[in-house]
Design a protein around this ligand. Structure first.
Ligand code: NAD
Length: 374
């Protein structure tokens, strides 16, 4: 029970205000505050489509985060962001002066939401500034970069979490548990298809066609297939074969439009995957000895639903977008506040990058079987 002042100012609210101001250490003795009462200040780096349409609105729904800063190379975007989200001048940075974030106690987490080739340098900059890092998928351009990101965060004693939003979605979490529970016996094979016919010529996100920026369907959507194949089996793939089936080379000159690949897991488990910028694909189907289960769609922002061969239904969870992103950021914030590992740490992204390396190597080697680095 809180003693309420006539103006509604309770002891708990006074406490929250103190904690928010970073003044927890000044509290009188015996005035204990749970770490969860604190909201972490998050700075979004890169104000493109995903930050604008999903992450910033989602931050307004979180219980453990608040939007405290922005890092952008587009000064023209700053006034609208400041006006909409009340971001102070002290929370606005360019890529060139991002290192100054080290001196800003209002920012606890730096969330990298840029084109893929910038994930590594910006993660290193944030970690060296002593801030926790959340980084969008794909984590990096290759496993070597991902390893250096894990190392930089470990050396700076900050957390690194990858923006694998599906790993926070309850139906997906159910599938992860079923990999261990095996309700239909041993998993025999699975199919994971993730495609997006969203790319339009002349669209802002031209970097998605640029190999130097980590463009192409495999980096963008294929990583959902790889991650799903791993979390649905609870196994690590040992080898890969891949076929680049790009049809429109006039548009997709230097990157893959469509990639088909198979992942070999231990115990003869096989995952067959297709990813594409030329087709809408969104199904995860798991075949077991005595039945099957699937989510379709399995990687949408909302409405991920499924069924199983015994009639079980997996109805939509979490509500409409951007609830999934809010859940992801709250869970990752709690991991920081409670001092435990996030659900999808850097090591999780690194394992996927090793698979992507093998996929690209297989294509280069004429669709040969390539072992995944251990
Ligand atoms: P976008 O093209 O809409 O935005 C990219 C932003 O980065 C833009 O604001 C652009 O100005 C900025 N930028 C900075 N340096 C740049 C450079 N050198 N070249 C081009 N742009 C530069 O992209 P997006 O859809 O917001 O994707 C950003 C990241 O988020 C990607 O890594 C993507 O894979 C990831 N993403 C994740 C999800 C998800 O569901 N988890 C969804 C969409 C995007």
């Amino acid at each position: 029970m809180h003693t309420r002042r006539p103006d509604g100012f309770s002891r708990r609210r006074a406490l929250q205000a103190l904690v928010l101001a970073g003044a927890a250490t000044a509290l009188p003795k015996g005035f204990a505050v749970s770490p969860q009462a604190r909201r972490l200040g998050v700075a979004l780096v890169g104000l493109g489509g995903y930050s604008r349409d999903l992450l910033a609105p989602a931050l307004q729904l979180t219980r453990h985060c608040r939007l405290a800063g922005i890092v952008t190379g587009s000064p023209d975007k700053v006034p609208a962001w400041q006006a909409e989200y009340g971001i102070p001048d002290s929370g606005v940075y360019s890529y060139d002066d991002m290192h100054r974030i080290a001196d800003n106690p209002d920012i606890d987490v730096v969330y990298i939401v840029t084109p893929n080739h910038l994930h590594k340098p910006l993660t290193l900059a944030a970690a060296n500034a002593g801030k926790h890092v959340w980084c969008e998928k794909p984590m990096a351009m290759d496993a070597g970069e991902a390893e250096s990101m894990v190392r930089a965060c470990r050396d700076n004693k900050v957390q690194l979490a990858i923006g694998y939003r599906m790993q926070h979605e309850p139906n997906t979490r159910r599938f992860m548990a079923m990999a261990q529970e095996r309700p239909f016996g041993r998993i025999v094979q699975l199919r994971a298809d993730a495609g997006w016919f969203g790319w339009r010529q002349g669209a802002d996100d031209a970097w998605r066609l640029d190999p130097a920026c980590g463009g192409g369907a495999m980096y963008d959507m294929g990583v959902y297939c790889v991650n799903a194949a791993r979390y649905s089996t609870g196994l690590e793939p040992v080898a890969v074969r891949a076929w680049d089936e790009t049809a429109r080379r006039d548009i997709f000159a230097g990157v893959d439009e469509t990639m088909r690949f198979t992942l070999e897991f231990p115990d003869d488990v096989i995952a067959r995957c297709v990813t594409s910028f030329g087709r809408n694909l969104n199904t995860l189907h798991v075949d077991c000895e005595r039945g099957w289960y699937e989510l379709s769609p399995f990687q949408s922002y909302d409405g991920n639903v499924g069924r199983a061969s015994d009639g079980t239904r997996f109805p939509a969870q979490l509500g409409e977008r951007p609830r999934m992103q809010a859940e992801q950021m709250d869970q990752d914030a709690l991991a920081i506040l409670e001092g435990r590992s996030p659900r999808a740490p850097g090591e999780e992204g690194l394992r996927d990058m090793r698979v992507l390396d093998a996929v690209f190597a297989s294509v280069r080697q004429g669709n040969e079987r390539v072992r995944v680095a251990g």
